[in-house]
Design a protein around this ligand. Structure first.
Ligand SMILES: [Fe+2]
Length: 313
């Protein structure tokens, strides 16, 4: 079913979205084909070899992290642990009694030793405009540049969201299996969007939702995607998602701001300024960014915004 259809739900007339297409797994995909078939039309895809050039690729097991970074101190829920201690704790956890999740760390700030292990940034995720000095860097103050997640069996991400400011999400699984529940954009009327944070759903406990409280959620079309060690999920801008660890998992995630999501990015950041009561600032920022977009596009034809490292601030 491709066309949307309207269905009656009690007193409510609800637009029912199309059933999702299965997400493909691709290997050896050319960058031009990726852009044409996935990034431009905003279709998710699993790339089985995108992170092939990372030194950690194929080696990022819990034992690898214990051996090489076991003494590294990490802070979880206000307490310091050695990384080896945290991994022991997560490995010992069960779905019935899950360990803390997400245990995530910003690599460039909290785990710099790892930077070389997850470089280069792969070509599919370029160009990226976040580091461009003409883009106001304050916009990204709450966006982590590059994160590593450690999770034990049953660890559940706490809320349903799309990546803030309509950034594309990239998630690479170093170890274990992670299940994503995803919803295509356009289903916001069914997802109980939090008016204070319009990129998040206000549904509590999304993994086991109370349909009495959230009846419209039943009409939404979701799909589950499991990514395995070595695989990278490309989740285009605006796709709603949440995740859970099926076993001991280690993942690396980052965002992309490129030409295809620029217009939606501008829409989101200006909408946020208006929501916060600054219509004048929203207009100025929107005008500036709307002019800047095509200029960055021209510069990218000449190779701009293609750094293979992770610098931003
Ligand atoms: Fe996300």
């Amino acid at each position: 079913m491709n066309a949307r259809e309207s269905v009656a739900l009690g007193e409510l007339d609800v637009v029912r979205p199309a059933a999702p297409e299965p997400v493909e797994r691709r290997a050896g995909l050319g960058v031009a084909e990726f852009i044409e078939n996935y990034r431009k039309p905003r279709r998710p895809v699993i790339l089985t070899d995108a992170a092939h050039d990372w030194p950690v690729y194929g080696r990022g097991t819990p034992d690898f992290f214990r051996r090489h970074y076991g003494d590294h101190t990490v802070r979880v829920r206000g307490r310091d642990y050695r990384l080896s201690e945290l991994i022991d704790m997560l490995e010992a956890s069960t779905a019935e009694s899950p360990g803390p999740y997400p245990c995530k760390f910003e690599i460039a700030k909290d785990f710099r030793e790892l930077l070389g292990e997850v470089t280069p940034r792969f070509q599919y995720s370029l160009p990226d405009r976040q580091a461009n000095p003409l883009v106001p860097q304050g916009l990204f103050r709450y966006v982590n540049n590059l994160e590593i997640f450690f999770g034990g069996p049953g660890g559940e991400f706490p809320y349903l969201h799309y990546d803030v400011m309509q950034l594309h999400a990239w998630i690479t699984q170093l170890h274990g299996d992670k299940e994503f529940t995803v919803y295509a954009p356009g289903q916001e009327h069914l997802l109980y969007v939090n008016p204070e944070m319009p990129w998040q759903s206000s549904i509590k406990n999304h993994h086991h939702p109370d349909y009495e409280l959230y009846p419209l959620l039943r009409q939404a079309q979701s799909q589950k995607i499991v990514i395995r060690a070595g695989e990278t999920l490309f989740l285009p801008c605006g796709w709603w998602h949440t995740a859970r660890s099926l076993n001991m998992t280690i993942s690396v995630a980052f965002d992309q701001l490129g030409p295809e999501n620029w217009r939606l990015f501008v829409g989101d950041v200006t909408h946020e300024r208006r929501r916060l009561g600054s219509p004048g600032k929203a207009l100025l920022l929107g005008t500036y960014l709307s002019v800047l977009g095509p200029l960055l596009g021209l510069a990218e034809l000449g190779g701009a915004n293609r750094h293979s490292g992770w610098g931003r601030r």
